[in-house]
Design a protein around this ligand. Sequence first.
Ligand SMILES: Cc1cc2nc3c(=O)[nH]c(=O)nc-3n(C[C@H](O)[C@H](O)[C@H](O)COP(=O)(O)OP(=O)(O)OC[C@H]3O[C@@H](n4cnc5c(N)ncnc54)[C@H](O)[C@@H]3O)c2cc1C
Length: 149
Amino acid sequence: MIKEFEYFAPKTVEEALSLLSQYEGEGKIIAGGQSLLTLMKQRLVTPRHLIDVKGISALDYINSDAKSGLRIGASTPHRAIETSPLIRSRFSILSEMEQWVASVEVRAWGTIGGNLCHADPAGDPAPVLIVLNERLKMATDFRLKIVRR
Ligand SMILES: Cc1cc2nc3c(=O)[nH]c(=O)nc-3n(C[C@H](O)[C@H](O)[C@H](O)COP(=O)(O)OP(=O)(O)OC[C@H]3O[C@@H](n4cnc5c(N)ncnc54)[C@H](O)[C@@H]3O)c2cc1C
């Protein structure tokens, strides 16, 4: 059974960062929860405070311009990457890769940032991003962008 925890649902990056700093060492970010909740159920991870970044709209985006290249926010679900017309037309290997990640349900909840931060060596996105020679930018502890050079 999951150990009791306090849950926060910040609406802004600043609010989330402030909570992270307030509960340093005892707080943990949760996004889609697809990996973290399993670890919590097994009591391999027992955070006292959970900071949910899934509701921060500023971290859920896919966009592109000539200067910055493709940018994907950390809280963007796998399914959004898989079905994005922009990614399908210009970075099709990414949408093809996403089709092989778990099931539609997991892809709808799980996020690209959560996948990369969980850092499972068997994870699918990281090798594809490496092959694409992409750059991951950690603007803060948890804001993550993918910028194609
Ligand atoms: C049944 C099942 C099958 C799966 N199959 C595959 C597969 O075939 N291929 C594959 O690649 N993946 C697979 N996954 C993993 C899944 O696709 C998710 O990517 C993964 O669970 C993490 O995403 P999440 O948003 O759920 O992260 P969470 O579980 O919420 O978090 C995972 C970790 O990342 C940290 N974290 C989350 N977001 C951030 C952030 N923005 N900044 C810093 N730290 C952060 C959390 O603190 C936690 O430590 C599978 C998962 C399940 C449950």
